[in-house]
Design a protein around this ligand. Structure first.
Ligand SMILES: *[C@@H]1O[C@H](CO)[C@@H](O)[C@H](O)[C@H]1NC(C)=O
Ligand SMILES: *[C@@H]1O[C@H](CO)[C@@H](O)[C@H](O)[C@H]1NC(C)=O
Ligand SMILES: *[C@@H]1O[C@H](CO)[C@@H](O)[C@H](O)[C@H]1NC(C)=O
Length: 240
């Protein structure tokens, strides 16, 4: 999503884009961002999601992470790559970019995944995010940083892109990503927002036609700060 990538020359190791998950639970984890699956099952699993420019960059980052974790006797369960369109503010302008979202599933604690991914990530300001261990039965509307997911179906990709863009345009979210629900689906999409929990009310008022699922998130500090700088919480949504 972010600019000024540090170009790296090392060759990408082969890394399957198919889910090679060992367990049904891991399989659900891998597909959660694409399927709006049951988040309760994810709360105890460790996973991290990031974005890169393209599939080869995603494969390379995953193999670099594997190489870092191996000496520590950690290993990755699987990596799932999805094509997405991202909308976000950068340098005072609304940007729109095709990217790849890499979701990494593993038994490795998020803090270790975060450290490993940060070390090799091609972006200066990457998004490295997870909601692992944050979800619970409690109300987490008070949690500062949040991810919201909605399924958009029976429509075109153009409409899904338009919706995502309009949410970022009014700074209800710092970033919105649109993905196909299934690789071969032309009418079902997911929109994933990174925002502040305090926007929940205004998003549900203004974009209430969509059924939003909210989850608290943890992420690299720079990204959390970037969310804070690019979201506007309006006490009265009707101010727009
Ligand atoms: C993928 O992205 C990287 C930068 O992250 C770039 O160096 C590389 O040329 C891109 N590859 C393709 C095939 O576009
Ligand atoms: C990794 O496992 C090997 C073999 O069991 C052991 O010798 C080594 O100390 C372990 N390394 C770490 C960092 O735990
Ligand atoms: C769209 O998704 C909703 C649930 O979010 C479901 O009830 C509805 O049947 C779906 N419609 C289509 C056309 O798939």
């Amino acid at each position: 999503m972010f600019l000024w990538p540090v170009l790296r020359a090392s060759a990408a190791a082969p890394f399957g884009t198919q889910c090679r998950c060992r367990s049904a639970a891991a399989h659900r984890t891998m597909h959660v961002l694409a399927t709006v699956a049951t988040w309760a099952t994810l709360a105890s699993a460790d996973w991290a999601s990031t974005t890169v420019a393209n599939r080869s960059a995603g494969e390379q980052l995953a193999s670099q992470l594997e190489a870092r974790l191996h000496p520590q006797n950690y290993s990755l369960e699987s990596t799932h790559l999805e094509d997405i369109r991202s909308f976000f503010w950068w340098d005072g302008a609304l940007q729109e970019e095709d990217e790849v979202r890499a979701t990494i599933d593993s038994d490795v604690p998020f803090s270790v995944l975060l450290e490993g991914l940060s070390a090799d990530h091609p972006y200066d300001l990457p998004m490295i995010v997870s909601s692992a261990h944050l979800d619970s039965q409690e109300d987490h509307s008070s949690h500062k940083h949040a991810m919201a997911l909605a399924l958009v179906n029976g429509t075109t990709m153009e409409v899904a892109h338009g919706l995502a863009k309009s949410i970022v345009e009014v700074k209800f979210a710092a970033c919105a990503q649109v993905a196909k629900l299934k690789a071969d689906s032309d009418s079902e999409f997911t929109i994933t927002l990174k925002t502040l929990g305090a926007t929940k009310e205004q998003i549900e008022i203004e974009f209430g036609g969509l059924d939003w699922e909210w989850h608290p998130i943890q992420a690299n500090e720079k990204y959390l700060k970037w969310i804070e700088d690019n979201v506007v919480v309006r006490p009265h949504a009707s101010e727009l």
